[in-house]
Write a protein that binds this ligand. Structure first.
Ligand code: CP
Ligand code: NVA
Length: 310
């Protein structure tokens, strides 16, 4: 039975029920088929999405802007210098004002609390397009991609190797919600936040999945169905990039490491990739790699999210 998601914010995957996640996937699939066959699907005719970006973006900006257009609406891009937020207008007032014009807001910013506050004061749905803590749209697109390729989610094992960052956090929440085992290998001191690991452990109690946090990449990747990595220095951490390169080199996803995974493993990366750092060309361009399918699915999955919440 359909779950009514109208007006719902998407701030982190933890706030979605399993029914809501599968409803997003079902609609993503049908919108993808319509898009590919050229069938119009103007579910948001005349609607407007505001898109606030405090950080750069290729995939998120283009997929949201194209997505709302394909649904019959229009997207408005606000870069880091465009809104009065930059000159001290509060998040709360910005939320109240934008709610008088727009039908939905997508925001990419640094502080996760800013997204929580925006959603609190906005009367329209707010979608998190990445914060320092979470990247829910990416992980929903990733899980949808896994479902397309493997025809199931439950019972699979995803291994994430690299920084315990926003991607690691959203994957922890997402995998344990849908019944996948997750193992995460990071250098010492770069583990995912305890509070997010605890949320994943809580989910795992219900879904019956395993969660492993380790500093040993080969232990994490053992028998993996999916090997996932992300940049070693995220947006905002540029000053640490050189120091991180040294510490993270043993965590590179290369042909030696993926030998521990199953033969038919999928390689995934949210992109942008720093080739030669967290992943070698050999792995990123191998027949196991689905990195561009993930990128494409951002479009279909976010169209489904917008159509459900706006
Ligand atoms: N994966 C992702 O969010 O990419 P962008 O930073 O290009 O939006
Ligand atoms: N962890 C990366 C993800 C980019 C999509 C970052 O925050 O820069």
């Amino acid at each position: 039975m359909a779950v009514n998601m109208k007006g719902k914010d998407l701030i982190e995957i933890q706030h979605l029920s399993l029914e809501e996640i599968y409803q997003i996937f079902d609609l993503s699939n049908s919108l993808k088929l319509k898009q590919l066959s050229g069938e119009p699907h103007r579910l948001l005719s005349g609607k407007t999405l505001g898109m606030i970006f405090a950080k750069p973006s290729t995939r998120t900006r283009v997929s949201f802007e194209v997505g709302i257009y394909q649904l019959g609406g229009i997207g408005m891009y606000f870069g880091p210098n465009d809104l009065q937020l930059r000159r001290g207008e509060t998040i709360a007032d910005t939320a109240r004002v934008l709610s008088r014009y727009l039908d939905g807001i997508m925001i990419r910013t640094f502080s996760h609390q800013d997204v929580i506050d925006l959603a609190k004061y906005a009367s329209i749905p707010v979608i998190n397009g990445l914060t320092d803590l979470h990247h829910p749209c990416q992980v929903l697109a990733d899980l949808f991609t896994i479902l397309e390729k493997k025809k199931r989610l439950s019972g699979l094992k995803l291994s994430y190797v690299g920084d315990g960052n926003n991607m690691a956090h959203s994957l922890l929440q997402g995998c344990t919600k849908v019944g996948m085992d997750i193992s995460i290998a990071t250098p010492k001191g770069y583990e995912p936040l305890k509070e997010v690991v605890n949320e994943a452990l809580e989910n795992a109690k219900y879904s019956g999945t395993k969660v492993l946090i380790t500093n040993d990449p080969s232990e994490a990747v053992k028998d993996a169905d999916i090997v996932y990595t992300d940049v070693w220095a995220s947006m905002g951490q540029e000053a640490e990039a050189e120091e991180r390169k040294k510490k993270f080199m043993p965590y590179q996803v290369n042909s030696d490491l993926v030998k521990y995974a199953k033969d038919d493993y999928l390689f995934m990366h949210c992109l942008p990739a720093h080739r030669g750092e967290e992943v070698t060309d050999e792995v990123a361009d191998s027949s196991n790699s689905v990195i561009f399918d993930e990128a494409e699915n951002r479009l279909h999955v976010q169209k489904a999210i917008m159509a459900l919440v706006i």
